[in-house]
Write a protein that binds this ligand. Structure first.
Ligand code: AHR
Length: 517
């Protein structure tokens, strides 16, 4: 992760339509229902499950003989919680793991599958009991789409093409015959197919020029073998706009999406900072760095526009979220971290940014769904905890497939040590039943923030609201204890005509539902 220039940061907020002026006394948000034209792809609310630490094994899959309550090997508690979240799409099997994964090791009778060493994450041996069938059947159980990450780094073109054929073809062929022998008659649906992952790093250390050719070559044979898949090119890290430029120039016409990965760290890669023990300075840094997603996305989109004037290719933020030092005493290769109110704010800010760019962002995948990095769910053997981030995704799910209502924002600043960032983040949409949903975040951990929303031509009826907040910045939900951070009914909200007043508590996320007359 590169250091960011403060001047560019301030400039990016000005361009974003925010006015982070020191003189701003009020928070004023104006909804523009007359400009509501774009659908917020439900896939913006996507997730990621990698073979990493306890995400897949223990987090999702315990096997049929486990004492942890399960149905056909999937944990009952986790499946129920994920269903409640209406997860739209799940990315698997990696991450870095994807470019070491050979899919044929994970099919057929489980007791005959080859064990493998997970060379990226802790060098643990995996028995491959969770493979293609177990993943795609999970997607069907959850009612979500599948995003498969293919192996470009150490796999062959033939291997990837055969995987696409095995999963999606309904023709009479060697791969469909094998699938049927393994108990699956009909093809599954695979909506997205990633052509490698982090090809600039763990996925092969390639130059963008070299990767562009690989992307076209692998993609050509996915086209022949696969049915109905959208191809996603391995994208840039953070602010590497040159990667996007070269891949779009050389391979842009062959893909439906291009990725980008951006993680939020309080510190540097060699000393990231604790997930639970942090100062206000670290809180501020996380808020500031995560808000930079907006300028990062805008700049990648500008580069994409050079080669895709029709804006056909979607930007896919297929890894994002917080990354801290692992919890003391846990395996450093497992990336297990706690999740506090700070993470709830990170989730809310990013989802607002993604909604507001719904014209070009077609999918995102927070890393990762269970027990890894900024998780929705944490497990400890048979125990399960729903994190503050989980609740933000649940509060925001109303935006899935709704129509984006553009907003203009005048925000007060949140200032610390002479540095300032806008205190308020917001997005709004109209769902299929005509209800308006507004989601807001107050980044200031010390001060409440009164916000005035001008609803424009919207004729407001009944208004209901929920809040997610906590006493301390570093509160979290822990195993065996009552949840400290859980959505509650919110009443510091008043409607009069077309004006809505919301008193945002410090460090809070608020969702508002407005029925229309
Ligand atoms: O999400 C953890 C890792 O972060 C992924 O495997 C990799 O793609 C990224 O570097």
């Amino acid at each position: 992760m590169k250091k960011t220039n403060n001047f560019l940061f301030t400039l990016s907020f000005l361009i974003a339509g925010y006015l982070p002026l020191n003189a701003q006394e009020k928070n004023a948000i104006t909804l523009q229902p007359e400009n509501a034209k774009v659908t917020i792809s439900k896939d913006i609310y996507g997730h990621f499950a990698e073979h990493l630490g306890r995400c897949v094994y223990e987090g999702i899959w315990v096997g049929e003989n486990s004492s942890i309550p399960n149905t056909k090997g999937y944990r009952n508690d986790v499946v129920a919680a994920l269903k409640d979240l209406s997860i739209p799409v799940l990315r698997w099997p990696g991450g870095c793991f994807a470019d070491t994964y050979h899919w044929k090791d994970g099919i057929g009778p489980r007791d005959k599958r080859a064990s493998i060493v997970n060379v990226n994450w802790g060098r643990t041996t995996e028995d491959n009991s969770f493979g293609t069938h177990e993943f795609l059947n999970l997607c069907e159980i959850l009612g979500c789409d599948a995003y498969i990450s293919g192996n470009v780094g150490s796999g062959t073109v033939q291997e990837m093409a055969e995987w696409a054929e095995y999963m999606t073809s309904d023709a009479e062929s060697p791969m469909t015959k094998l699938r049927k022998q393994n108990g699956r008659e009909k093809p599954w649906k695979v909506k997205y197919f990633g052509i490698g992952n982090e090809a600039w790093g763990c996925g092969g250390n390639m130059t963008p020029e070299h990767y562009s050719d690989m992307c076209k070559q692998y993609g050509t044979y996915i086209n022949y073998a696969g049915r109905g898949v959208n191809k996603v090119a391995s994208g840039a890290s953070d602010f590497n706009y040159n990667w996007t430029d070269v891949v779009m120039k050389n391979a842009g016409s062959h893909i439906q999406g291009i990725g980008v990965h951006y993680y939020t760290l309080p510190g540097d890669w060699d000393k990231k900072g604790s997930s639970t023990e942090f100062t206000e300075k670290e809180w501020f840094t996380v808020m500031k760095k995560t808000s930079m997603m907006d300028s990062l996305v805008k700049t990648h989109l500008k580069v994409m526009d050079k080669y895709d004037k029709a804006k056909r290719v979607g930007l896919i933020v297929d890894e994002w979220g917080t990354w801290y030092d692992v919890e003391p005493g846990t395996n450093p290769g497992f990336l297990y971290q706690q999740n506090t109110m700070r993470d709830a704010l990170v989730a809310a800010i990013n989802l607002n940014i993604f909604n507001n760019h719904a014209d070009r962002i077609k999918m995102t995948n927070i890393a990762q769904v269970i027990n890894v990095l900024q998780s929705m769910i944490l497990t400890d053997k048979e125990k399960m905890v729903l994190t503050p981030s989980y609740y933000v995704f649940r509060m925001y799910k109303v935006h899935q497939n709704a129509t984006l209502i553009p907003v203009s924002v005048i925000s007060r600043n949140y200032t610390l040590d002479k540095e300032s960032i806008p205190a308020i983040s917001v997005s709004a949409s109209k769902d299929a039943n005509g209800k308006i949903h507004v989601t807001l975040a107050n980044l200031d951990p010390n001060a409440e923030n009164p916000v005035t929303l001008d609803l424009g031509s919207i004729k407001a009826g009944n208004v209901t609201s929920e809040v997610l907040t906590s006493k301390a910045m570093n509160d979290y939900n822990d195993f065996g204890k009552a949840a400290k951070i859980i959505p509650a009914k919110f009443d510091k909200i008043k409607i009069s005509g077309s004006t809505l007043q919301v008193i945002m508590p410090s460090k809070s996320v608020v969702s508002v539902e407005i029925s229309t007359k």
